[in-house]
Design a protein around this ligand. Structure first.
Ligand code: PMP
Length: 405
């Protein structure tokens, strides 16, 4: 078989559909977020699609903690957690994360993806007869973890508690059940009815596994996520989060009971058989978590920037999904136009917004996912809105009725 020929043909098909992924070659600039240097264009651009939602990846406290940790401990962890790779920075960070969520313990992984894959996979595989009830819009990392476990999976309609209840009721009363869902959904920005899901979990004796990847650092008085904001952390069996988005570094974790964390620590291959995060990463993440526990300034500024961008989009009638979160999906509905707008924004306006096409989102719902941060300026917003307005007209895309001005 001509393997390369096969690969080329598959990739050509992606290109024809407008779904071929091209990466922007960016150089982030210390302390200058949301500005970055585009190596493709050899110019500075403004990033409008980063998941470094608060700019913590450039925060002086985070950078200082990382520099300090490198000076004290060097580069890598030197091993898996089991074999010499558990440094004091890891231990401290896990304590910080357990405290953030009001849980007894926390367990670090090399990414949020790995934490979902490993923790969900291990729980579902190792609890005898466990059935996983998974929201239909769960992230790929959860889906892959559940698949890998080979446990029975029941998919319930997105955020639909009536459907979840019907599916719980249809299962034998005594079989172990695990409800897996997210708080803020990354592509639509909608939020799960966590309290109602916890009520159902209580009624049917199910465990709850909540992915708060797009909420930790951003919501709740100490940045503990939507569950913290709604006073529900104690009702969730497992809260999973990332250190790579609002906390600005990299890594993932679960927070839960001592026994559950110890169980996953002891059985999850995705935890056991991989090199631990570098101590400098753990130290930087801990500084970020600590800062956002005691500072609401970034969270408040973030929310007000998001509101400002939404109002400006409404004022020019650009269709965006209404949701109660910080994610602004501007709907294009066509993969070729979505990619074109993204390309021209970058080339002509120095604005970087990656197009979000199938399979990340369903066909026909292609979008520009805009993520304002506290450090985008009024002038940045003006440039963004003018550019989008011009491109919308050029692409002959539909507008919503103009909002009252
Ligand atoms: N869960 C959700 C809902 C996500 O959107 C993502 C990443 N986009 C992850 C988990 C994985 O997190 P990480 O980027 O830290 O691997």
């Amino acid at each position: 078989m001509d393997f390369d020929g096969f690969f080329r043909a598959e990739l050509d098909q992606l290109r024809d559909e407008g779904n071929y992924r091209q990466f922007a070659d960016l150089e982030r600039q210390r302390g200058a977020f949301p500005r970055a240097k585009s190596h493709d264009l050899n110019r500075d651009v403004t990033v409008w699609c980063s998941n470094d939602y608060l700019g913590m990846g450039q925060h002086p406290k985070v950078l200082a903690a990382m520099h300090d940790a490198i000076d004290r401990s060097g580069a890598g962890a030197g091993g898996t957690r089991n074999i010499s790779g558990t440094t004091h920075a890891h231990v401290e960070l896990e304590a910080e994360l357990a405290d953030l969520h009001g849980k007894e313990a926390a367990l670090l992984f090399t990414s949020g993806y790995v934490s979902n894959w490993a923790a969900l996979g291990t729980l579902a595989a190792r609890i005898p007869g466990c059935v996983v009830l998974s929201d239909e819009k769960n992230h790929a990392s959860m889906i892959e973890g559940i698949r890998h476990s080979r446990a029975q999976k029941v998919i319930w309609k997105h955020n639909d508690v009536a459907d979840l209840e019907a599916k719980l009721a249809a299962l034998p009363a005594n079989c172990p059940k695990l409800i897996a869902f997210e708080s803020v959904y990354s592509m639509d920005g909608d939020i799960a009815p966590i309290a109602q899901i916890c009520d159902l979990a209580d009624r049917y004796g199910a465990m709850t596994y909540l992915d708060e990847v797009h909420a930790v650092g951003l919501y709740g008085p100490r940045g503990g996520g939507i569950a913290e904001r709604e006073g529900l952390s104690h009702r969730l069996t497992v809260i999973e989060g990332t250190l790579g988005k609002a906390f600005g570094v990299v890594g993932g974790y679960i927070a839960a009971s001592t026994e559950l964390c110890d169980f996953v620590r002891s059985f999850a291959s995705g935890f056991i058989f991989t090199t631990a995060l570098p101590p400098a990463i753990a130290a930087g993440a801990a500084a970020s978590v600590r800062h956002l526990k005691q500072s609401c300034v970034e969270r408040q500024a973030h929310q007000s920037r998001v509101a400002q961008v939404r109002q400006r989009l409404d004022a020019i009638g650009l269709p965006h999904l209404e949701n109660p979160s910080h994610i602004i999906p501007v709907m294009v509905g066509d993969p070729i136009k979505c990619k074109y707008i993204s390309d021209i924004l970058l080339r002509d306006y120095g604005i970087y917004i990656q197009p979000i096409n199938y399979p990340t989102v369903p066909k026909g719902t292609e979008r520009l996912r805009i993520t304002p941060s506290p450090v985008h300026s009024d002038a940045d917003i003006d440039v963004l809105i003018d550019a989008l307005e011009a491109l919308w007209a050029q692409c002959e895309l539909a507008r919503q009725p103009l909002a009252a001005q």
